[in-house]
Design a protein around this ligand. Structure first.
Ligand code: NAP
Length: 285
């Protein structure tokens, strides 16, 4: 039995669909079991990282796990959700975990780095077999633009000119599925990118062409972007670390061969992602 945490998320929902299509035993964990529309054959269980007992019940009887945490970086002293997920996996006798991590895997010497280093170490020091997936920016971040696009043609995009080789979460899910269903990827870490380097403003142009709409990117000032992140609940050290990385770093702005090496096909382009998700940007009737 494979338990998928974050099963309603961008990666997790693609992963349960893929595993179910292969008729593998899969269990989808969510805090809202009644709200999820899982593919046929998928067992749905309640689990909340803020409720450790629920994790033990959810993981019981599984032998492999896909782990992701939605805990906001810096919102606690330590990445408690990651620590609890690994604890639940060990207690349940799980043999192999695939963890959705971040691009730099916690290498940086800032507030984000310390958090992700500890989150990855929880997995790699667990005694379980592990696979770490380290993707760059997700194409699905563009879904944040959907409410603005449904209202009009102007889209406010922080750091609109910061390039990255963003990746389709479905490609991450395909690699997670491969890692969970063979032993070839045990105790390996993969840095993952999409197939082309684009700025969010360039992604918006591709989306505009897909939707047949004249969309215009407006970039907030750095101070406005900082204020927005603080309003969203990010701590000051995290906001400062993000801004420093955006202004001075180029992490993620490189096309890597990993997805093609692992899947035997090129990664999905932003144009294809936009076509596949165009419905999310259309006004409701
Ligand atoms: N976005 C990016 O550009 C990017 C880049 C690199 C890495 N990442 C990493 O990718 C992950 C996000 O993946 P995603 O986009 O697939 O997720 P997502 O679409 O943001 O979905 C969040 C998931 O987390 C679950 N969740 C939220 N709070 C929870 C809790 N207290 N306990 C258990 N589950 C909880 C939600 O499940 P329910 O609401 O159904 O319970 C939902 O399935 C993060 O770890 C992030 O660091 C993101």
């Amino acid at each position: 039995m494979i338990i998928v945490t974050g099963a309603t998320g961008h990666v997790g929902s693609e992963l349960i669909a893929r595993l179910a299509a292969e008729h593998l035993p899969v269990r989808a964990m969510t805090r809202r079991p009644q709200a999820i529309q899982a593919p046929p054959g998928v067992e749905v269980v309640y689990g909340d990282c803020d409720d450790p007992d629920s994790l033990h019940a959810a993981f019981n009887g599984a032998d492999r796990a896909f782990l992701m945490s939605a805990q906001a970086t810096g919102s606690a002293e330590r990445p408690t959700h990651d620590l609890r997920l690994v604890h639940a996996a060990r207690r349940a006798g799980i043999r192999h975990v695939v963890k959705l991590s971040v691009y730099d895997g916690g290498r940086s010497d800032d507030a984000l780095g310390a958090w992700h280093r500890e989150a990855e170490a929880a997995v790699t020091d667990s005694g379980l077999d592990w696979t770490l997936l380290r993707p760059g920016r997700f194409m699905s971040n563009a879904l944040h633009w959907a409410p603005m696009i449904r209202r009009g043609d102007t889209v406010h995009i922080p750091f609109a000119h910061r390039p990255a080789a963003s990746i389709d979460p479905a490609d991450i899910a395909a690699i997670a599925a491969a890692a969970l269903t063979t032993e070839h990827h045990h105790n390996s870490a993969y840095q993952l990118s999409g197939p082309e380097v684009l700025t969010p403003a360039e992604e918006l142009r591709i989306l505009a062409a897909t939707l047949g709409r004249p969309l215009r990117a407006v970039e907030p000032t750095i101070d406005q972007a900082k204020a927005g992140m603080c309003r969203a609940g990010m701590t000051e050290p995290v906001v400062e670390a993000i801004v420093a990385r955006v202004l001075t770093g180029d992490d993620g702005a490189e096309v890597l061969p990993t997805v093609e090496q692992l899947l035997g096909r090129p990664p999905v382009t932003f144009a294809t992602w936009a076509r596949n998700h165009a419905g999310a940007f259309l006004a409701a009737d």
